[in-house]
Design a protein around this ligand. Sequence first.
Ligand code: NAD
Length: 367
Amino acid sequence: MSTPSILILPGDGIGPEVMTEVRKVIDWFGRNGLPFEVSEDLVGGAAYDAHGTPLTDATMARAQAADAVLLGAVGGPAYDDLDFGVKPERGLLRLRKEMDLFANLRPAQCFDALADFSSLKREVVAGLDIVIVRELTSGIYFGEPRGIVVEGNERVGINTQRYTESEIARVARAAFELARKRSNKVCSMEKANVMESGILWREVVTRVHAEEYPDVELSHMYADAGAMQLCRWPKQFDVIVTDNLFGDLLSDAAAMLTGSLGMLPSASLGAPMANGRPKALYEPVHGSAPDIAGQGKANPIACILSFAMALRYSFDQGAQADRLEAAVERVLADGLRTADLLGPEGGSHVSTAAMGDAIVAALDATA
Ligand code: NAD
């Protein structure tokens, strides 16, 4: 098989800083028997500065052709007054839309060394490792009719929750496939008690499970009960699959179970390509953090863990992903902290580059 390709789009603000550290990690794997063909291009404000658009057609074509895309972050105050059509975020939205990335994976993983960062008790979150799969391209954020209309003497705001069977089936398959690479358990969340789209969701997920994934354990939960269970005992879950709106809320809540924004990776997956790999975009959850950009303060771990997700979900290298996550765990257990990982009592912290170097050194220790 040919060398897998990764397109890196560092973007704006702290994007290039954290991506420099990811490059060190990718290079480490290259030196240790897992080479990647890496290329780099512009997105967001950086692309606007160079080309007058946040994503050129040429970059879009390179993203479509790559085995995986790794993105830093886009946006910043310099671009706030641009027309909506050329704002940095439009570059990211175009990537998601044209690559048809319908499954958004947001892990909530709690490293033991950071368990006290959570607003929940240590025993509730320590060792937590779950993934929320959110449907990303349909549902109430896209359904028609929508708008604000006048009825009688007042205005009415309208949005429509709408799902086709095939949209539900494909995100369900993404969740079942993911579960097979993890603890083989899926919980599907909707509101089948009060929404027809929820009734269809439950029916289709149940059918896809019975016909294609009977080996995976499936349960169903109403999304409001799911929110309560996430706060009460999140370790009962492995993979949660849910729609766009509920996923938006549940994934933010779940992510915060584990603490800092600088630690949260994500993946957005689409349909399989000819080589069997899904279309895939990996990115940290955080933005371009203009308040700390250029100061060596950014935590590169969210972006490094996004690459770990690429190893696991695009390149079938689960053992190497485990190894990278263990290296991160080790560095944190040794007490290394970027500024965002200090508690209110403060303490000493290291730079973005020092954190990246320490993770590479921890990888060396496992080689
Ligand atoms: P942000 O995530 O950039 O920052 C929020 C806070 O978290 C800031 O105080 C920041 O310093 C801190 N922070 C974020 N990432 C960090 C890291 N890796 N290490 C240490 N601290 C970190 O969100 P914001 O301030 O609301 O938005 C800033 C810009 O980023 C805006 O232009 C926004 O549109 C854009 N944005 C982009 C994305 C994306 O590219 N996917 C996501 C969210 C926001």
